[in-house]
Design a protein. Structure first.
Ligand SMILES: *Cc1c(COP(=O)(O)O)cnc(C)c1O
Length: 385
């Protein structure tokens, strides 16, 4: 058996596709320490710089003092604490929807929602560039999965028109995790209304960041309707861990009854719920952090004039620089690391073949000088290539 495992590993090594974990010796942040050296990092999804906020560290300690460490049981047995309950009320009110349900992770939330709502007689319609967890969720549900080309609303409309499925569920990242573009939610919603389909939005990269008050993609577009199932993660801009789904009361009640990744798992430690309540307050008051991030995105895009590499059109913290071939993307990432800058190279199968890229993620915690330095080094590497 072990010999059988060796061959595919060897093949990954030969094709330059072996993934490796970098070990951080410091907390997450714009500067991280790896192997005793300090790097300027553009790798995290900690868009507001909250992962190390003293208020959240304090909240975790408070949470541990009042609730201990582990929840000790699933939510439906005895793991559901007052801290979880409070957080769910706050999350629902934060995004302006009737009710919210906390999940342990975004991956589990997506698995849980999709498989609780659709089955064999139904069809899921998914953008080709959706996050892997949404595709896996559709597979687990056993519904038919139809994927439309990225942002191709005409193709989606045609698929829906031809479909005789029982339930129709359209699924989209709200902010695409490898391209940084924002889904055309009002148009998606109009299509869903015409075809009586549900719309599940995964706002992992919009929550906390999009909208004047950081409420996410719904605030950005000024939307809140019963047809939308809203999902966001809490380990990115919120700086902690976890995820939630929000929507109508009957939707959330259905998830409590049927979402297997909710029912059959130990509840999130209540101390994290306490930290997340504190994080919502920080997000609420983070106008300056959001403005700083927006400013840094502008500075980066104004300076990033590349000859061969292509900066994708993105107004979010995710700034993808498409290099093309896998080995070149890897070489650029390594070249940056030699100069003390960490930017991950993203290769297939995470992105399409021939579109290997640097996924530059900016944070409100970066300084203007950090952005200037990043662009200067990148331009230098492009010139030498
Ligand atoms: C990160 C991410 C997830 C998974 O969330 P976790 O809480 O990390 O499991 C789901 N969807 C998208 C779009 C993501 O970027």
């Amino acid at each position: 058996m072990l010999d059988e495992l060796e061959r595919p590993l060897q093949s990954l090594r030969e094709r330059g596709l072996m993934r490796q974990r970098r070990m951080l010796e410091s907390p997450q942040g714009p500067r991280v320490s790896v192997d005793g050296a300090v790097y300027l990092s553009f790798c995290s999804n900690d868009y507001l710089g909250l992962a190390t906020a003293p208020e959240l560290v304090e909240a975790v300690v408070r949470g541990a003092r009042s609730h201990g460490v582990g929840a000790g049981a699933s939510h439906l047995l005895s793991g559901h604490s007052h801290a979880h309950h409070e957080l769910e009320l706050e999350l629902a009110s934060f995004v302006g929807l009737p009710r919210a349900l906390l999940f342990s992770t975004g991956y589990m939330a997506n698995m849980g929602v999709v498989s609780a709502l659709v089955d064999r007689s139904d069809t899921v319609f998914a953008d080709k560039l959706n996050h892997a967890s949404l595709n896996d969720a559709a597979l687990l549900s056993r519904a038919r999965l139809r994927r439309y080309a990225h942002g191709d609303l005409a193709m989606l409309e045609q698929m829906l028109g031809q479909s005789g499925a029982g339930r129709k569920l359209v699924i989209s990242d709200a902010v695409f995790s490898m391209d940084g573009d924002i889904a055309p939610v009002p148009e998606l919603l109009a299509i869903c209304e015409r075809h009586d389909a549900w719309l599940l939005l995964d706002d992992a990269h919009g929550f906390g960041v999009l909208g004047d008050n950081g409420r996410g993609v719904l605030e950005y577009f000024g939307l809140a309707v019963p047809r939308i199932i809203y999902m966001a993660t809490l380990g990115k801009a919120a700086g902690v861990f976890g995820a939630f789904v929000a929507g109508e009361d009957r939707l959330v009640e259905t998830l409590i009854q049927n979402a297997r990744t909710y029912v059959y798992t130990t509840a999130t430690p209540p101390l994290l719920a306490v930290a997340l309540s504190a994080s919502l307050k920080l997000i609420d008051a983070a106008q300056q952090r959001r403005a700083a991030l927006k400013r840094l995105i502008g500075i980066f895009r104004a300076r990033a004039n590349f000859r061969r590499w292509k900066l994708l059109p993105s107004e979010t913290a995710i700034q993808p620089l498409v290099i093309g071939p896998n080995n070149e993307a890897m070489a650029v990432s390594e070249g940056l690391a030699k100069q003390g800058i960490l930017v991950p190279a993203i290769r297939p199968p995470t992105v399409p073949e021939g579109k290997a890229r640097l996924r530059i993620s900016l944070s409100a915690a970066h300084l203007e000088a950090d952005i200037v330095q990043l662009v200067e080094v990148l331009l230098e590497i492009e010139n030498k290539a």
